[in-house]
Design a protein around this ligand. Structure first.
Ligand SMILES: Cc1cc2nc3c(=O)[nH]c(=O)nc-3n(C[C@H](O)[C@H](O)[C@H](O)COP(=O)(O)OP(=O)(O)OC[C@H]3O[C@@H](n4cnc5c(N)ncnc54)[C@H](O)[C@@H]3O)c2cc1C
Ligand code: SF4
Length: 505
């Protein structure tokens, strides 16, 4: 009896573990475009277009390679709209009682598909071996650690996989070169832009489909210039390694008006749906260092993001789910402001980052963390709403990577399990790392009053408000000592400015 092998929209890789089980002549490969996945939150139009176009290209590749592919299009008349019901329908039609699935990235998808056990279908779950640390290995590493820090995990991974190592010592005699990675470009010009890709006939068909079915979703659909095949993703990867990695380290935290991509790789789009795998990217970055093309701070800084952060975040997600999504350490209750959907705000940094997000379904890490995230933390926005926003607006957003970044990193909603202290800052940090403040309605140099940068008083107000929960944190000793020395009048201005600002949004 044939097996049914379900390939999900983020598993578009010829080496995906489920496909390795396939008998080309007997088994059926099922791929489905279902409205439930596009609408459980109203994803950015570009994200839907990326996933659907990449799926159609991948199914073509599998068919050409001789697999028996059953591809369900979104507007097929018989499409029942959810993964579970499509699996049931096709399994019945093809007389399969056995479904093989590589473990999904998201808990929600796993739960939905696992419910098929209650029908007559048997499911064989297979580990997703695209990750360099399996869920079991991470569980082993994390067990009995009260605060499992990324830096320790990263060192463990460097040693285990022998990446940027000289024997037992880290290359360059340091594990981390972040101190060299905080420059701001002086003339504001980024000479090398990411590679763009022209839509082909398949993508154009998808663009019309998305416009027709999801016109009320957030974001601009066009121009659509993202890679949709492995071949194109490899071109994007090589272009990044050859032209842009060299500056990645130096300007990793920098932000400039009208430079949404800086020297970032934009590879998360491709990594997260399977067009690229982490190991091949790391190998290329390491080679670029070894052949003298890039300095250690660039190679190490970049490799840390993928081998360290990405694997660690995924490990934390599966270790802490399902309860992690309910975390709310500060009991934050505020609604997400309307301007997160249209960028219509006088805070220039937010307006820049939101508009770029709307145009590109992308913002780089420091924009997500120190502008948008910092604002949500300081103003006390409900974690559920923040999570939903991040999941909607980015083309690389999948819950396994979005949720720990929001809950653990930006909101400290897990009480410090993931981060050793909240990533909170006043306007000075944004001013140091960007040119946003130059043209802002607010003055970054002013601490309180009508024209003062809201981040300034919101920052101190946040620390003041959460004294009980935060003041014993050793990494905050200095800031609490500054806060404790503040005069009563200054503190009272901070509280009152913060209160009226938060009320006004
Ligand atoms: C609040 C918040 C939400 C985020 N949501 C997502 C998300 O939904 N999907 C997503 O892929 N990343 C997310 N990130 C992580 C990071 O911002 C993006 O991976 C990165 O901006 C993608 O752009 P890039 O490919 O140009 O990255 P680069 O800066 O070029 O970094 C290279 C790669 O490292 C990995 N990486 C870097 N930082 C992280 C991190 N903190 N967590 C996991 N992987 C990381 C990514 O795969 C990325 O492609 C989020 C970060 C924050 C602070
Ligand atoms: S002054 Fe404040 S609000 Fe304006 S851009 Fe700078 S940090 Fe943002």
């Amino acid at each position: 009896m044939p097996s049914l092998i379900l390939i999900l929209g983020d598993q578009l890789n010829r080496n995906i573990s489920s496909l390795k089980k396939a008998n080309k002549h007997e088994d059926f490969i099922l791929m489905c475009e279902v409205s439930a996945e596009a609408t459980y939150v109203k994803h950015h139009k570009k994200k839907i277009a990326l996933v659907l176009s990449a799926m159609r290209h991948f199914s073509q590749e599998l068919t050409d390679a001789g697999y028996k592919v059953i591809y369900i299009k979104l507007d097929d008349k018989s499409n029942t709209g959810s993964l579970e019901s499509e699996v049931q329908r096709i399994a019945k039609a093809k007389k399969c009682s056995w479904v093989i699935i590589t473990h999904p990235g998201e808990y929600r998808v796993y739960e939905n598909l696992d419910s098929l056990k209650n029908s007559n279908l048997e499911i064989q779950w297979i580990e997703d071996d695209r990750f360099m640390c399996s869920r079991n290995e991470f569980a082993d590493w994390v067990k009995e650690k009260k605060q499992p820090r990324m830096e320790n995990f990263y060192r463990y991974m460097r040693q285990k996989h022998n990446i940027l190592m000289r024997g037992k010592q880290p290359e360059g005699k340091k594990w981390n070169f972040d101190k060299d990675n905080r420059k701001t470009p002086k003339n504001g010009e980024i000479p090398s832009k990411p590679r763009k890709f022209k839509p082909d006939a398949i993508t154009n068909e998808i663009l019309s489909l998305v416009e027709k079915n999801f016109s009320d979703h957030f974001g601009d659909l066009e121009p659509f210039e993202i890679a949709v095949t492995r071949k194109q993703a490899l071109i994007a990867l090589n272009h990044f390694i050859n032209e842009r990695l060299v500056n990645f380290g130096d300007y990793q935290d920098a932000m400039l008006e009208n430079e949404p991509f800086m020297y970032h790789s934009l590879l998360s789009f491709y990594l997260n749906i399977g067009l690229l795998v982490p190991n091949e990217i790391i190998v290329k970055a390491q080679q670029a260092y070894e052949n003298g093309h890039v300095a250690i701070n660039a190679a190490e800084g970049f490799i840390r993001q993928i081998l360290g952060w990405r694997e660690y975040i995924r490990g934390i997600y599966w270790h802490k789910m399902p309860n992690y999504s309910n975390s709310n350490f500060f009991n934050a209750k505020k609604q997400l402001p309307e301007f997160f959907w249209n960028g219509d705000t006088k805070l220039n940094c937010l307006s820049q980052c939101i508009n770029e997000t709307k145009n590109n379904a992308y913002a780089h890490h420091i924009q997500r963390l120190m502008v948008l995230g910092n604002f949500c933390l300081l103003t006390g926005i409900q974690p559920k709403q923040v999570n939903e926003w991040y999941l909607i607006v980015y083309a690389d957003a999948f819950e396994w990577v979005e949720l720990p970044n929001v809950v653990g990193m930006i909101l400290f909603a897990d009480g410090g399990y993931l981060a050793s202290k909240p990533y909170a800052s006043g306007g000075a940090y944004i001013n140091k790392m960007s040119n946003y403040c130059k043209t802002c309605h607010y003055k970054v140099s002013e601490k309180t009053g009508e024209k003062a940068c809201p981040f300034n008083y919101l920052y101190w107000n946040f620390l003041d408000k959460h004294r009980e929960k935060l003041s014993s944190n050793q990494r905050l000793t200095m800031v609490y000592s500054t806060l404790n020395k503040m005069g009563h009048e200054r503190l009272s201005d901070i509280r009152s400015d913060a209160k009226s600002f938060i009320r006004s949004i």
